[in-house]
Write a protein that binds this ligand. Structure first.
Ligand code: ATP
Length: 308
C-alpha cells in the first residue's frame, strides 16, 4: 500500500489519477489496494467530530463474498487513545484500517463502524477523510521541494507552519543539512530520502493537516537506532491528543499503546494493555517473546520493568 497521503479527501483521486512521472514509482500503500466504489447516500450530512471516538460494532467483512476477512470484530478507541493492532500476516489488520477509511462499505447486517456515534456509511466520504490522517509505510513524494512535500498537508501552509511541522516530526535538522534547505528538490529527480525520512515527511504533513483521528501503518523494515528514536519521537508528537489505530510492528509502539488488539483469522482473540496481555500468557505473550528474541532488543514496559 502505499500510501499516501495528502489531503485525505483527495487520496482516492490522487491514486487513480496519479501521473507516474510526478511521483516516485514505489507502490501505493496497501491501504489503497483496489478500492471499490463507495457512494454517499443522497443528502448525506458531514461527519461531526467532537471527541474522535471510534467504535467497531460486530463487524463482518469479506472481500470476495466467500472468505472471511473480519468476523464479529468489536472494539472501541476512546477519545485520544492509542490502539495497536497486532497479528500475523492476513489476520485482518489492514482491513480494519481500510474499512474505517471507507474504501469499502459494510453490508446490511454486517455490523457498524461509528465515529462519535455516527455510522460512517451515513456521512460524506469527504468529511470522513478530512477527519482522518494516514501515515503509510511508504509515502509518496512529489518531484518538488521538500517544503512543498510537507506543506501539501494543509492548504495555504506558510513557511513557518512547514518548519514547525518539520521540527515536530524530527526532520528539520536533516532538511537544513540539504544544499538548498527547504527548497531542495526531492523525489526521483532530486535528493533521495530514506524510508525513515519519508515516513517523517508523512508525519510532518499529517501534523499540518491536524486530524482528530490517525491511521498508522508502521514500516516493517529495520531502522537504525537513531532513526528509530527520531521516528518514535515524531510519532509521539503526532499521536498526542488524537485517537489512533496503528498496525504495530515496533516493540516500543506496541508497549506504549493504551490497548492492544490481537487478531487471528479475522477475529480479535486477545485484547488489553501490554502488561495485561503479558500476564495472560497467551498468543500475544508468545509473539512478544519471539520478537524480542529475534531482534535482541530488551523492551521496557510502561512500568519501567524490563520484559526480557
Ligand atoms: P499483513 O500483515 O500481511 O498486511 P493483515 O493482517 O493486514 O496482513 P489483511 O490485509 O487485512 O491482513 O487481510 C485479511 C484477509 O483478507 C486475508 O485473508 C487476505 O488474504 C484478504 N484480503 C486482503 N486484501 C484483499 C483484497 N484486496 N482482495 C481479496 N482478499 C483480500
Amino acid at each position: 500500500l502505499a500510501q499516501l497521503y495528502a489531503p485525505l479527501n483527495q487520496l482516492g483521486y490522487v491514486y487513480r489519477s496519479m501521473n507516474q512521472s510526478l511521483v516516485d514509482t514505489e507502490k501505493l500503500l496497501a491501504l489503497l489496494n483496489e478500492p471499490t466504489e463507495v457512494n454517499d447516500k443522497p443528502n448525506a450530512p458531514d461527519l461531526i467530530v467532537n471527541d474522535g471516538e471510534i467504535e467497531f460494532d460486530n463487524v463482518n467483512f469479506s472481500y470476495d463474498g466467500r472468505t472471511t476477512a473480519l468476523n464479529g470484530v468489536s472494539f472501541k478507541v476512546p477519545k485520544g487513545a492509542s490502539v495497536a493492532l497486532v497479528g500475523e500476516s492476513g489476520a485482518g489488520k489492514s482491513t480494519i484500517l481500510r474499512l474505517l477509511y471507507r474504501f469499502y462499505d459494510l453490508g446490511e447486517g454486517d455490523g457498524r463502524i461509528l465515529i462519535d456515534g455516527q455510522d460512517i456509511r451515513d456521512v460524506t466520504q469527504k468529511s470522513l477523510r478530512q477527519a482522518i490522517g494516514v501515515v503509510p509505510q511508504d509515502s509518496i513524494l512529489f518531484n518538488s521541494s521538500i517544503g512543498y512535500n510537507i506543506g501539501y498537508g494543509k492548504l495555504g501552509a506558510t513557511p513557518e507552519d512547514i518548519e514547525a511541522a518539520a521540527k515536530s516530526a524530527q526532520m528539520h535538522e536533516r532538511i537544513i543539512s540539504f544544499p538548498d534547505g527547504y527548497e531542495t528538490k526531492v523525489g526521483e529527480r532530486g535528493v533521495r530520502l530514506s524510508g525513515g525520512e519519508k515516513q517523517r515527511v508523512a508525519i510532518a504533513r499529517t501534523l499540518l493537516k491536524n486530524p482528530p483521528i490517525l491511521l498508522l501503518d508502521e514500516a516493517t523494515s529495520a531502522l537504525d537506532t537513531s532513526t528509530e528514536k527520531d521516528i518514535q519521537k515524531a510519532l509521539q508528537n503526532l499521536v498526542q491528543g488524537r485517537s489512533s489505530l496503528s498496525i504495530a510492528h515496533r516493540l516500543s509502539t506496541i508497549a506504549s499503546a493504551d490497548v492492544i488488539l490481537v487478531l487471528k483469522d479475522g477475529q480479535i482473540v486477545e485484547q488489553g494493555s501490554h502488561k495485561e496481555l503479558l500476564a495472560h500468557d497467551g498468543i500475544f505473550a508468545s509473539m512478544w517473546a519471539d520478537q524480542i528474541s529475534s531482534t535482541g532488543e530488551v523492551a521496557v514496559s510502561l512500568d519501567g520493568s524490563s520484559t526480557k
